[in-house]
Write a protein that binds this ligand. Structure first.
Ligand SMILES: [Zn+2]
Ligand SMILES: [Zn+2]
Length: 490
């Protein structure tokens, strides 16, 4: 009896194992049919790193390590299953799902809940909260991701008309059988004003809070459907920004430089010894990061990462230019360059405001006379992530490692000194350079009506200072900047 049981037990433990090993063999033979040449692997890598396939995570902790190789994490926008047909269609390489999954770069991963908290924008996340709740309720189970859902409700996600509420076929998403009055609770990020006492003064802060919303299933479905036109516009904005960026990079000439910029989250200075740290107040360092692309004579595209570090934590428009001028001076040592293209996210206090536009043009007109043309392209809010976010992450990780080895990182020069031999161009911006820049901001500046809806501004050197504004790839209007005087010889 015991023996019988033992045998049975053994059989039970062995049987599945045997099955697994045969299935591994089977899939092995399957995989062998597809030859993964270095060229195919490279194509797979490029595909997964495309901005319409995955999104870069900006934080310094957002990296993935394998066999000693550290890479900034990217989150998939679709499941690999969904991406298989897209890959086959667009590359013409017929890879089965399992092979594509196996060849996927290890740093491109499916988002977990924690990732979402640090890596998505509020618009995306609020929509996703609703979608996930509905999926839990066994509704809309076919919509696997935000991107896939919006695709399901549009004829063509690359069409301006479909994504901007003009196409008659898809402009009014229909609500499927909403007759359900059960109550549900789901989360939404909400902007609230909170009062706090700072240094004896009552101050108001605008903060984003996660709030629990209670409603009926019907109401949740209605709210979900109402979000679709908003999400369509949002996704179209992301699509166009990435498309313009990609085309710019591909068609860049020797006379042009393309620069992607962003402020990194401030770095908190650290002391190697904990005892010491109780004696000194912790300070922060401001880090402005970027990557610039230039085209070499031999037709190769060259990318250079840069960062500027300051103890002045100001991130306003004048600070942007205090950070940017030393970098432009280095870039423009190349006298071939006469055109600058800047790509950035659109936080209103930093890049998307009239002061920044004024200072941008003024800097080019007065200080960089070799520049005859310039463009500025804004991403959809919260979606201006790019390789420069990895630069910020690298700076902070390198600094943290140094602290672990027993050194203090107290000042901007402590941090900058770590990168003397680095391929990343790192410069220190003196505190006073930023305060001086603030004092030099003119009192009266030309208004730029509707700047929140403008996604691209272009300028060309001429006797009068004028700019052209665009919404996505469509021209909107020409504006005269009368407060900006052109120099006598332009
Ligand atoms: Zn978003
Ligand atoms: Zn349509």
């Amino acid at each position: 009896m015991l023996r019988k049981y033992k045998l049975l037990h053994m059989a039970k433990t062995f049987l599945p194992k045997e099955r697994t090993s045969t299935s591994i063999l089977k899939s092995d033979t399957k995989i062998r049919e597809v030859v993964l040449t270095a060229e195919v692997r490279e194509k797979v890598k490029d595909f997964f790193q495309r901005d319409d396939v995955s999104r870069m995570c900006p934080g310094k902790r957002d990296f993935v390590k394998r066999n000693g190789v550290k890479k900034q994490k990217r989150l998939l926008l679709y499941t690999v299953k969904e991406l298989t047909s897209k890959f086959v269609q667009e590359t013409g390489i017929n890879l089965p799902y399992a092979t594509l999954l196996r060849a996927k770069p290890f740093w491109v991963v499916a988002p977990t809940f924690r990732d979402r908290e640090s890596c998505l924008c509020v618009k995306h996340e609020n929509f996703e909260f609703k979608l996930n709740k509905l999926k839990n309720l066994q509704q809309f189970v076919n919509h696997t991701s935000v991107e896939k859902t919006i695709e399901d409700y549009s004829c063509d996600i690359t069409s301006y008309d479909c994504m901007n509420g003009i196409c008659d076929t898809c402009k009014n998403p229909k609500l499927e059988s909403a007759d359900n009055a059960d109550s549900v609770t789901y989360f939404q990020w909400k902007s609230v004003i909170e009062e706090k006492i700072v240094k004896g003064e009552n101050k108001k802060f605008k903060i984003t809070k996660k709030a629990a919303i209670s409603s009926t299933v019907n109401e949740l479905k209605t709210a979900f459907i109402e979000d679709i036109p908003v999400m369509k516009k949002h996704l179209y904005g992301i699509y166009i920004y990435n498309k313009l960026k990609k085309e710019m990079k591909e068609n860049l000439t020797e006379e042009e430089v393309m620069i992607q910029i962003d402020f990194s989250e401030n770095y908190t200075t650290k002391y190697a010894s904990e005892i010491q740290s109780t004696h000194f107040a912790k300070n922060q360092l401001s880090i402005h990061t970027g990557v610039f692309y230039t085209r070499n004579v031999d037709n190769g595209l060259k990318s250079t990462s840069f960062a500027t570090v300051s103890e002045n934590l100001d991130h306003q428009a004048h600070a942007v230019w205090a950070h940017m001028i030393p970098i432009l001076q280095i870039i423009l040592k190349n006298k071939h360059i006469n055109t600058i293209h800047i790509y950035s996210d659109g936080p209103t206090s930093q890049y998307r405001n009239r002061t920044n536009i004024h200072l941008w043009l003024q800097t080019l007109i007065k200080e960089f006379q070799q520049i005859t043309k310039a463009t500025w392209t804004y991403s959809e809010p919260g979606h201006g992530k790019g390789p420069m976010d990895g630069v910020g992450g690298t700076l902070k990780r390198t600094a943290d490692r140094r602290v672990l080895m027993g050194h203090d990182i107290k000042t901007s020069s402590d941090l900058v000194d770590l990168f003397k031999e680095s391929t990343i161009l790192v410069k220190e911006i003196p505190h006073d350079d930023i305060s001086t820049a603030k004092d030099l901001v003119p009192k009266i500046i030309d208004a730029i009506p509707g700047i929140m809806n403008i996604t691209k501004i272009t300028w060309q050197r001429g006797p009068e200072v004028t700019i052209k504004t665009y919404r996505h790839d469509r021209f909107e209007k020409q504006l005269r900047m009368s407060m900006l005087k052109m120099m006598e010889k332009f």
